[in-house]
Design a protein around this ligand. Structure first.
Ligand code: UT7
Length: 332
């Protein structure tokens, strides 16, 4: 049986609050527009703490909550699409920061679906007797990627980190992962290669639909409508597929934690899946969309309130750039 148990969870949010009212001082927007269209009131922005700092803080909190020693962690998996360094991997910085001296470490980048892909990967490593405890951290500092003249995208995103320590369990777990690379240009951030001093380099050949001007390179570009349409369908499909694999129905699930992109996306998917709203956890009003960190920050908040209980069946579902999507059902 490919089961996982969450031993501990933790999170870190930067101090600086960027409210909708603050956005209305820099852009032609309003609290009313943003809240009505997205459900977001505020998000955090990390003014000076890098991604690795946030990831390490969330990880330390998760390890402390788990009660295990850092030396007993066998693998650190970091999910991020906004690392501070191309290399080394964010997971290596976290490994050093938390003192997980016996752990292997590597990163996973599937943007907002990162925690789902990392948890699925962790469960497969745990099946192998060599790995007992795995630290998964999802951490994003998206502020440096966002274009703060783009009122459609910049208002959605926030910075933050969430982490979980998981171990093997004899209880069941199922997953469904998907990618639709045909939509890669719906949400992207192109690396700026123009800083190179290699005399042979010319401007990059670009795939269809990718814009690379001085103003657009290295900033998040999004086709909001295309992502919205994909998101509702992808969340419903992923939940239906994972339930089909498990033989369970929505009625058997105690807690649904969706990716926190937009309250309207969550509401449409919840309606389409006929889920009872009281089983769906939403925290985006205060944090906005923290990409891969959304789901583990929800887990950390719920765990801190003792709302993750032994025997509960939990469904996680997410989507993101790629375009990727996925869902996991496990029994705690
Ligand atoms: O993790 C995945 C990340 N991405 C997503 O989840 C994005 C999914 N998409 C969405 O959440 C929505 O498409 C948005 C929130 C991004 C946009 O909402 P929408 O209801 O699809 O708005 P729209 O793009 O159709 O724009 C409607 C109008 C436009 O004005 P006009 O052309 O009708 O005059 C926009 O220029 O709203 C305008 N607008 C704004 N107005 C005030 C767009 N952004 C803003 C804003 N404030 N922040």
């Amino acid at each position: 049986m490919r089961g996982i148990k969450i031993l501990g969870a933790g999170m870190y949010m930067p101090e600086t609050v960027a409210s909708n009212d603050w956005f209305s001082t820099i852009l032609d927007t309003s609290d009313e527009w943003i809240y009505t269209r997205t459900g977001i009131r505020e998000r955090r922005i990390s003014e000076d703490k890098p991604n690795w700092y946030m990831a390490a803080e969330a990880s330390r909190a998760a390890v402390a909550d788990s009660g295990i020693a850092p030396e007993d962690i066998d693998l650190v998996l970091a999910a991020t699409c906004s690392p501070d360094y191309f290399y080394p991997a964010l997971s290596c910085l976290v490994q050093q920061q938390v003192g997980a001296v016996n752990a292997a470490a590597f990163d996973i980048n599937s943007a907002c679906t990162g925690f789902i892909n990392a948890l699925d990967t962790a469960s497969r490593f745990l099946q192998d007797g060599d790995y007992r405890n795995i630290l998964i951290v999802a951490s994003e500092r998206l502020a440096p990627h966002c274009d703060y003249t783009d009122r459609t995208a910049s208002i959605l995103f926030g910075d933050g980190a969430g982490a979980a320590v998981v171990t093997r369990s004899d209880k069941p777990m199922w997953s469904y992962l998907s990618a639709k690379g045909d939509f890669f240009n719906a949400l992207y951030c192109k690396v700026d290669q123009s800083r190179s001093n290699c005399p042979l380099l010319k401007p990059d050949a670009l795939p269809e639909g990718i814009i690379d001007t001085e103003a657009k390179t290295h900033t998040l570009q999004m086709n909001g409508k295309a992502v919205y349409k994909f998101a509702v369908d992808a969340m419903e499909t992923a939940v239906n597929k994972v339930l089909e694999r498990s033989g369970l129905t929505t009625g058997d699930i105690d807690l649904f934690i969706p990716h926190q992109a937009n309250a309207r996306i969550i509401e449409s998917a919840v309606k389409g899946l006929n889920l009872p709203a009281e089983k769906v956890y939403v925290n985006l009003e205060k944090h906005g969309n923290t990409s891969s960190a959304c789901i583990p920050t929800c887990l950390a908040e719920l765990k801190a309130e003792s709302r993750i209980k032994e025997g509960m069946k939990i469904c996680l579902v997410g989507f993101g750039a790629g375009l990727t999507s996925g869902a996991i059902v496990f029994e705690q």
